[in-house]
Ligand binder design. Structure first.
Ligand code: BES
Ligand code: ZN
Length: 850
């Protein structure tokens, strides 16, 4: 039932809906195969609309009856919904439809997961529940009754009444349909409570499947911390008597911010020391914060249309990063965010999927929940805050909440509160929302008798989305470090607006070393002609923790590039510089652990391609392995102490201090494993009493080729824990040798517990494989074929998860002609499938190009 010719939707075509909704009531009679949904919606003509066609979205609905003001009507049904003649005055629309939650494998709309009913409506899933104007600018007050034989029956807002097998809910806050949620099942509540700063008592619950009660405490704590933080930092209070979170096993994304009833992928909320790693805990804390923060940035103020998605997502990612920076280490968070931006957003912005933070057109909105909209969208807000300053940022945010509460807004509304607060003209800044592509920034220095001139040039490579990019506003944070390692000039924010621009620092004694783009003040690719010696100096002395790390990373990258291109040995000065940093006991262990990281293989492939070379995945893999071996040898006398000193012996806490220590001891362990015959890893595996230690030991054992016994033991220990088994599946793929990775995947996909219809399990194997650079890009093409086979299999069931995984192919033009030909064959093979989903078709057509 797909459109023959996919339709493209344009931002420029926006028009308001012809009607206003005064109230909505929904009634559900739950049944696994035949759920009945009755809707009663009070419409009246919208005086601001020019088009008064009465069109309601609806997909896969079986219409039982429809009435207007109590009189039966016969609407005209189409693939996408219905139209009907309606009075030119207020009227009440009533309809009854039948839907099939069990048959809903796409996990969008109302579906079933392990016997429980669950909904996912963002972006356009509500139309699979009932006929409705399923667009974010139509906001309404909902009343919901649920009839079903389940102990727990939940919807948005506050409970009105509950009897056996029936519950009534009322949400007083007008909301768009994408924030609707319903959950029903045999669930247990982990309760909590929070008192807002104005004294409102809020009941909190985390609903989970029986058996998962022991994994709730951390999520509940994170929720309370998020509620407090949003009050303290943004002055935002929660606005209902109840806040519920539900954990569900089958979920396409991480989590969803439905009003008063957040729904979470169980992997994004359930945690215990025995089953979750430090990284899991940190991610859970951030996601809970993110979805909670949406209550103001997304729910109370929503998006006018889906082109404005970054208005809620970019801003909310920015807010959750601020939260994590505040409660953990700000520099560690910033470095991790930049690593992530370069791993996910840069390839997107520099390849066939490039699009602006606010796109101008799309076919399938689900394909636009991208790293560009999220991560670059958050970077844009960070730049805005740097440019206007913290106080003006706070004032503008408050004005945004005051002025737009209850509205469906645009990026223009967001920028206007900054213009009104500061008097600045943000016309040029707005290009960050409209232009695709990563700006390249280069800088040259001139030194003349105490005067240092920095000359900057910016250039954004043209793309199909933005053929003629114009100069953007770049906040460039610069500091100066002298030869003794002292800071002679603290951080200045230079504001670059032209294609070329110079900035002068005067009255300097000796020539300093320039520390540029501190804190990664703008999401650009920087070229700075700095000698290795100067970089080593900044690695040792820069007062900006980000740039200190960055110099180490650049040195590592040039060392790797020289190995790859010229067959050189790892750079000794870099090894020495890193040794000094990791030995510095004054530095945060988490920060030192980051210093032991290397650019990813895929980052190296991108850097090589950027310099005009054709990356060879085998050579890249070998260079990384040789570098790790050289690190292990060079730090041999340091590693045992580094490892032991940071091994935590106290009771497990997932906090920043303990997890930082474990990160460093485990980073040391992975090098140690290369010189001690995996003895320490085996010992750690045998003694581990938490998942962070157990999993890191297992990873090292597998990587060293000594994992088979531990792999078996791990499976025997954890076979009944779904989330831990996802790790077991994923780790074997991640740690596989490139030569064997596709066979490992083939074996794992035949495992009895490889339930490929579950998105987490599918991702744990196929997602890990798509991210395994050497294995996926195996010269035989076996990797490409394997992924394509699975995408073809999953697409008819779950287009959204299939389409997201297609991005594995987005970098294909970087590689050699043979690999490109192999990939093209697979892209064409998938595209030739009959009834390929709109989601996957759009992704692959864009990736493939003409
Ligand atoms: N609103 C999204 C969830 C969503 C995404 C619904 C795509 C429908 C389609 C939610 O707020 C979100 O952004 N979740 C992220 C996690 C977050 C921490 C960035 C996710 O699910 O990955
Ligand atoms: Zn979000």
């Amino acid at each position: 039932m797909r459109d023959a010719a996919p339709q493209t939707i344009y931002l420029a075509d926006y028009t308001p809906f012809g009607f206003i909704i005064d109230s909505v009531s929904l009634h559900f009679d739950l049944d696994p195969r035949k759920t009945r949904v009755k809707s009663r919606i009070a419409f009246r003509p919208n005086p601001d609309a020019t088009d008064n066609t009465f069109f309601l979205h609806g997909e896969n609905l079986n219409l039982i009856s429809a009435m207007i003001d109590g009189t039966p009507v016969t609407p005209k049904l189409t693939e996408a919904g219905l139209t009907c003649d309606v009075p030119d005055a207020p009227f009440v629309w009533e309809a009854e439809v039948e839907i099939d939650p069990t048959g809903n494998t796409a996990l969008e709309g109302l579906y079933m997961s392990n016997g429980m009913y669950c909904t996912q409506c963002e972006a356009e899933g509500f139309r699979k529940i009932t006929y409705y104007p399923d667009r974010p600018d139509v906001m309404a007050v909902f009343t919901v009754t649920i009839n079903g034989p389940h102990p727990v029956l939940l919807s948005n807002g506050n409970p009105v009444s509950a009897a056996e097998h029936v519950a009534e809910w009322h949400d007083p806050w007008p909301k768009p349909s994408y924030l609707f949620a319903l959950v029903a099942g045999d669930l247990v509540a982990h309760p909590g409570s929070f008192t807002t700063k104005s004294g409102r008592d809020v009941a909190l619950n985390l609903y989970v499947r029986p058996g998962d009660e022991g994994k709730c405490a951390f999520g509940m704590q994170a929720l309370k911390e998020s509620m407090k933080w949003d009050e303290d930092v943004y002055g935002r209070e929660y606005d209902l008597d109840l806040f519920n979170i539900v954990a569900v096993d089958d979920f396409n994304m991480g989590a969803m911010e439905n009003k008063g009833l957040n729904v979470f992928n169980s992997s994004a909320v359930l945690a215990s020391p025995e089953t979750s790693t430090d990284m899991n805990f940190e991610r859970i804390e951030a996601i809970i914060a993110h979805e909670y923060f949406h209550n103001w940035t997304g729910n109370r103020i929503t998006c006018r249309d889906w082109f404005q998605l970054c208005l809620k997502e970019g801003l909310t990612v920015f807010r959750d990063s601020q939260f994590t920076s505040d409660i953990r280490s700000a520099s560690v968070k910033r470095i991790s965010d930049v690593i992530d931006l370069r791993a996910r957003q840069f390839p997107e912005d520099q390849g066939p999927l490039a699009h602006p933070v606010r796109p101008e057109s799309f076919q399938e909105i689900n394909n636009f929940y991208t790293a560009t909209i999220y991560e670059k969208g958050a970077e844009v807000i960070g730049m805005l805050k740097l440019l206007v300053g913290d106080d003006a940022y706070a004032k503008a945010a408050t004005l945004y909440f005051d002025r737009h509460d209850g509205q469906a807004c645009t990026i223009e509304d967001w920028l206007r509160v900054f213009e009104d607060t500061t008097g600045r003209d943000l016309t040029q800044f707005k290009r960050w929302y409209g232009q695709a592509g990563t700006p390249h920034l280069s800088v040259t220095e001139a030194w003349d008798h105490g005067k240092l001139t920095l000359h900057f040039k910016q250039h954004t490579p043209p793309s199909a989305a933005t053929p003629d990019p114009q100069p953007q506003v770049l906040p460039i944070a610069v500091g100066l470090i002298d030869q003794d390692g002292d800071e002679v000039e603290e951080t200045n924010i230079l504001e670059m607006t032209q294609a070329e621009q110079s900035f002068v620092f005067d009255n300097l004694g000796t020539r300093p070393i320039v520390s540029i783009l501190r804190g990664f003040s703008a999401p650009v690719v920087l070229t700075q002609d700095l000698s290795d010696a100067d970089r080593a100096h900044l690695l040792a002395y820069d007062t900006d923790p980000f740039n200190r790390w960055e110099q180490g990373r650049i040195l590592a990258r040039s060392s790797l590039m020289a190995m790859i291109l010229e067959g050189k040995k790892p750079n000794k000065d870099w090894l020495k510089g890193i040794r000094a940093v990791i030995s510095d006991e004054h530095l945060d262990p988490a920060y030192r652990a980051l210093m032991l990281g290397l650019p990813s293989q895929s980052d190296l492939a991108r850097a090589l391609a950027e310099d005009g070379h054709t990356p060879d995945p085998d050579i890249i893999y070998a260079a990384v392995e040789a570098t790790r071996a050289a690190m292990a040898k060079s730090y041999a006398n340091l590693l045992p102490t580094l490892y032991r000193r940071h091994t935590v012996s106290e009771d497990y806490e997932p906090d920043a201090i303990q997890s930082g220590k474990r990160a460093l001891s485990n980073a040391a362990l992975s090098l140690l494993t290369r010189i001690d015959d995996a003895a320490a890893a085996q010992k750690q595996y045998d003694a581990a009493d938490n998942m962070t230690q157990q999993l890191s030991a297992l990873a090292n054992l597998i990587h060293a080729g000594k994992g088979s016994k531990a792999v078996q033991a791990f499976e025997a220990q954890w076979k009944d824990d779904r989330l831990v088994m996802d790790k077991w599946f994923g780790l074997q793929v991640m740690e596989a040798d490139p030569e064997e990775a596709h066979e490992v995947v083939e074996t794992l996909t035949k495992h009895a517990d490889f339930n490929w219809k579950n998105p987490n399990r599918f991702r744990s194997v196929l997602g890990a494989f798509a991210a395994h650079h050497g294995g996926f890009h195996h010269a035989s093409g076996a990797g490409y074929r394997l992924l394509a086979d699975w995408l073809i299999k999953l697409d008819p069931l779950n287009p959204q998860t299939t389409a997201r995984m297609c991005s594995a192919f987005q970098t294909w033009k970087r590689y050699d002609a043979d690999r490109q030909a192999l990939i093209k064959t697979e892209l064409d093979r998938i595209l030739a499938q009959p009834d390929l989903s709109r989601d996957t078709t759009e992704m692959l057509t864009r990736i493939r190009g003409a």
